[in-house]
Design a protein around this ligand. Sequence first.
Ligand code: 13P
Ligand code: SF4
Length: 302
Amino acid sequence: MDYKAEIKKLAKEKDAIILANNYQIDDIQDVADIVGDSLGLSIDASRVKNKVIVFCGVHFMAETAHMLAPDKTVLLPNMDAGCPMADMITGDKLREFKKEHPGATTVCYVNSTADVKSESDLCCTSGNAVNVIKSIETDKIIFVPDKNLGHYVSQFTDKEVILYPGFCPIHNRLTPIQVEKLMDKYPEAEFVAHPECPPAVVEMAHHVCSTSGLYTYCKNSDKKQFIIGTEEGVGYKLRLENPDKEFIFAYDGFTCKNMKKTSLKDVYECLLNMDNVITVDKEVAKKAVTCIERMLAIPRNE
Ligand code: 13P
Ligand code: SF4
């Protein structure tokens, strides 16, 4: 079956838009109407006119889209696509953590469940985390669940940032030694890292940014070689947009297996059957959406 053609046909019939994260497999990026980072896709989801949003990403992303567009039907093509980092903290764990640090503003990375968002004051993505942290005036800030992103943004504020010990198992694996070896091998290359990487790795980067920030940076740079410190799904667009440039991933197998779970067949079947509908408890969503909307009012990082 020509899945791409069938998906396009079905999407039209069902008045659906297909949103895909930058880490999705090439075929999904091809068939999607919009491919983007967490911030871009949240903004898109909040503005969508179609009745149905097919979210090719992981569970928390579809949940966020649903909360931003509650009158739309949000489908997650593969229900097993989760985010291990988001699962490192629950609403209960956050409630306990907050009791240990009274008076702090709680910022949650968008890679978190709706329950965690409902307990947070402000949300952020890698695309706006620096500006989000700069906007906070309380002396103490709790940052969950990503200790690496939290550490990165703590350098942009004079407030105390209390980190929760969560991390992305894919980005956290990258070591300074691996980067050093590549820098020796490609002395002309620029190293661009996602802030989910460990602090010692981020310190070595020429530029730190979200996945979409990476596209802009590499396109505008005069350099011809780049060492990429994030998931390999970004390689598809990087190579399409910059055929004269070389992209070297910081380690072999820099792959999020959850982001790779969604296939064309999954997209086709969920559209055909209109199943895998993502919903969030109304009370939880009401609280959680406030922290997401506050975030959307804050501009992207430079
Ligand atoms: P961005 O695409 O927002 O940079 O985030 C990366 C990520 O890990 C998504 O899960
Ligand atoms: Fe979660 Fe990391 Fe995969 Fe992003 S790359 S979805 S943070 S496990």
